[in-house]
Design a protein around this ligand. Sequence first.
Ligand code: SAM
Length: 284
Amino acid sequence: MKNLTSPKFVKEIIKKHGFYFSKGLGQNFLIDSNILDKILEGANLNPEDGVLEIGPGIGTMTQALSRRVEKVIAIEIDKNLLPILKETLEDCPNIEIVYGDILKLPLEEILNDHFNNKRIKVVANLPYYITTPIIMNLLEKELPIESITIMVQKEVAERMYASPGGKDYGALSVAVQFYSNPSIITNVPPTVFMPPPNVGSTIIRLDVLEQPKVEVNDRRLFFSIVAAAFGKRRKTLLNALSTGNLGLEKEFIKKVLNNIGISEKRRGETLSLEEFARISNNIK
Ligand code: SAM
């Protein structure tokens, strides 16, 4: 079995295939077996699991996953990595590499074809330039996913995990916590990647809920209210909701907030998911 976390091996294989790292595609490959173990342990894997990996790179995590679970589907956008993956993963029969863009491929179909709609686990060292769209795409589509264990930029993990009132709490916190329970596994320094990124990283697991955390009558309205509340962070709730895209009358919002016992002077960043839901459900 090839040691894919060895920096010497990584250098040799990319040289052999004439591969160059693409900064634009967020290519920072893992070269530390301890951190690899932490991601896998954090993902709580079982031998009967199906796993979706996003961006296998040269196959470091893919190879390790293949030894622990039943089947791995790995989606990679960079054609130049395909011959490398063929070589590094030649001894792993339970892996399938799908070539394409994670944001454009028909994920529902892929998961159905490969896992027969069984709930799967996502495990990935994500390309940082599209972290938020990838996560929101996985969550909003309500795919059959049990958990998402990912390496992301430290600041993004802090935003996903944040509670009301703090500086990191925002629309991303609400959206992620609407669909899942996040837990931080560990922080990771840039030195465990080749090449090292210029930001710190964090491994975070999102345990996807069977039902969203709060009940809302109109999901679009709920997220429009959240966007409006955080779009004007310094404004009071009344001002944030009565200006901009939402287009609601000031008097109407005053009445709604008053009826449900939420002060119009509060700022959006102090509201819990339950409070956002209460506002939304009393507007419509
Ligand atoms: N998993 C490998 C590891 O840990 O060493 C590589 C991780 S690297 C941070 C991110 C990977 O995502 C790269 O292989 C990159 O080519 C791939 N990638 C970037 N954008 C992508 C996209 N839109 N769809 C699928 N893969 C993508």
